[in-house]
Design a protein around this ligand. Structure first.
Ligand code: COA
Length: 525
């Protein structure tokens, strides 16, 4: 790749512009409920959600934040009043979830709930202990109909994690009322902060209404009461920092061991500069790019052993390692998946399962090839082979959306519905059932044919306006911020961070066993 070419510079500028836009959205999530509420929170002598996390983590260790743009494009605050991610506590990778009390008192809206579900799935699939930093007004009452019934899963997941041998810890910094009381209620270990934690099924006004009893916060649900009388609190913390210290101590005593194979201790950094990743993806996704340029900047020592390089060349497959963890890589090259690519993918996925090796999918596909020749040569069967392989594969999958991820190609490349352990998007990614122009064109052809069959004249002016409107809508809905807001990915990452993010993900994944499938569905031949 020529990093001095004008094209490279233009791609890089466009990528930097998109990164700046995404940074601005991340900043909104970090700002929580805004200055007024942050100020009030601090005046109460409390730490912000992110500060609590920072103190909890081992010094200078990274935090892989998940779904930071959840709720983007909705009526709710970006970030969905919750911070989730994976961080290292006493040397143990933990799933950390912290409510943000500066946003509507930390109450859970429908997006908060979805974000919690995703975090719980990640903890369960990767066998991670969970630490909940609790200070929340419980259900967002105006949207209760959307969260009350599905939201029960949060408490179920905590106890199922415990049953599966993944310890759960609740550090309670403030309010944890009503349903929220089951956050500590279901956890294996509970720490409460003196004079701050309030954990009750019903507060004083509700109790008064229900039974006529006069009470106060402290006797109903204070930390001292729970530590000395009810026994719900296992540890009484004198302040927030003490709660964090106690939380770290709990993790230290878990005697945690990872079940996956350990990475190779010494590996080389890539030979090519990660900076170059900014200039690889063309601004027009119709222009293909060579994913080997990406692989060379992500894998150890830029050492990639390509499998079947001469066959099905619009999908690159091969073996490499990332931070010492062996991986198989599948990366789209020319955008379209043909029969050969699909069969190659199906074979490669089986090989990875045979040797218990995780797979990394690098997306840039417009989907499976259409047309008479391809239908007659069995493109559906071949695509189905690939989708069968990816669906029944049991080794961990990681997906990175670099560019296009359209149509069934998104499925075959292990899109969200195919349960990759983690799915991250570059700012250049776009995902939809098909490209905006194609989708608008299809609608136009269908509408034209329908008008003809009714014997009506087709209104060309109307068609033009419809196409423009649909194209605009699909373009907006295909953008990574929109998809991230919907929690269809685990976050938008800077392309330069790809190696680090994949390394952190692989390390988290190896908390659980890494074992390939022993059987697949029936492959259509
Ligand atoms: N649903 C929707 N909005 C909520 C909420 C909830 N459960 N809890 C708090 N909010 C809103 C408040 O209305 C307020 O909104 P505003 O700033 O736009 O006026 C904002 O969040 C901050 O609340 P406030 O009471 O000023 O904050 P606080 O830090 O002093 O107290 C709580 C926080 C959580 C202790 C308190 O708001 C509370 O008791 N909420 C209700 C808790 C409850 O009973 N939940 C039922 C759970 S099933």
């Amino acid at each position: 790749m020529d990093t001095r070419a004008a094209e490279f510079g233009a791609n890089r500028d466009a990528m930097l512009e998109k990164l700046a836009e995404i940074d601005a959205e991340h900043a909104k999530a970090v700002a929580g409920g805004g200055e007024k509420y942050v100020e009030r929170h601090r005046k109460r002598g409390k730490l912000l959600a992110r500060e609590r996390i920072e103190l909890l983590l081992d010094q200078d260790s990274p935090f892989l934040e998940l779904s930071p743009l959840a709720a983007w494009g909705t009526d709710y605050r970006v970030g969905a009043s919750l911070v989730t991610g994976i961080g290292v506590v006493e040397g143990v990778e933990c799933l950390i979830s912290a409510s943000d009390p500066t946003v509507k008192g930390g109450a859970s809206n429908p997006w908060t709930t979805k974000k919690s579900f995703r975090a719980a799935d990640i903890a369960a699939q990767n066998r991670l202990p969970t630490i909940n930093l609790v200070e929340s007004g419980g259900a967002d009452l105006p949207t209760q109909k959307e969260i009350f019934i599905p939201g029960g899963r949060i408490f179920r997941d905590i106890t199922r994690a415990s049953a599966a041998g993944c310890p759960t810890v609740a550090l309670v910094f403030g309010n944890s009322t009503a349903g929220g009381a089951y956050l500590p209620g279901m956890s294996d270990y509970v720490v409460m902060v003196k004079e701050r934690a309030k954990v009750f099924l019903g507060g004083p006004p509700l109790v008064k209404m229900a039974t006529g009893e006069e009470s106060d916060d402290e006797s109903l649900g204070g930390a001292e009461m729970h530590a000395r009388t009810s026994g719900l609190a296992d540890y009484l913390a004198v302040d927030e920092a003490d709660a964090i210290r106690l939380g770290r101590n709990i993790i230290k005593r878990l005697n945690w061991t990872k079940q996956g194979p350990t990475p190779k201790p010494d590996y080389d950094e890539p030979l090519y500069d990660a900076e170059d990743l900014l200039g690889i993806v063309p601004t027009d996704l119709k222009v293909p790019f060579d994913p080997r340029e990406v692989i060379a900047r992500v894998v150890d020592g830029s050492d990639f052993d390509e499998f079947k390089p001469l066959y099905g060349s619009s999908l690159v497959t091969g073996w490499a390692s990332i931070h010492g963890y062996p991986v198989g890589v599948l990366a789209n090259a020319q955008g379209v998946l043909f029969g050969e690519e699909s069969q190659k993918a199906a074979q490669f996925i089986q090989l990875a399962n045979q040797i218990d090796t995780p797979l990394v999918f690098l997306h840039n596909t417009t989907g499976y090839m259409v047309g008479k020749e391809y239908e007659q040569s069995g493109i559906i069967k071949h695509g189905a082979m690939m989708i069968n392989a990816v669906s029944n594969s049991k080794v961990p999958h990681l997906s990175v959306l670099m560019g296009a991820s359209y149509g069934a190609g998104h499925y075959g490349m292990c899109g969200r519905a195919y349960d990759p352990r983690f799915l991250f998007a570059w700012p250049s990614a776009k995902s939809a059932v098909m490209g905006p122009a194609q989708l608008a064109g299809v609608l136009s052809i269908v509408a034209r044919a329908a008008a003809e069959s009714r014997g009506q004249e087709y209104n060309e002016e109307h068609d033009k306006a419809m196409r423009a409107m649909v194209e605009g809508q699909i373009e907006a809905e295909s953008m990574p911020m929109f998809l991230s807001g919907m929690l269809y990915d685990d976050g938008i990452i800077d392309p330069r961070d790809t190696r680090t993010v994949l390394g952190l993900s692989l390390s988290a994944i190896h908390n659980g066993p890494v074992k390939g499938a022993e059987g697949f569905g029936v492959f259509r031949m």
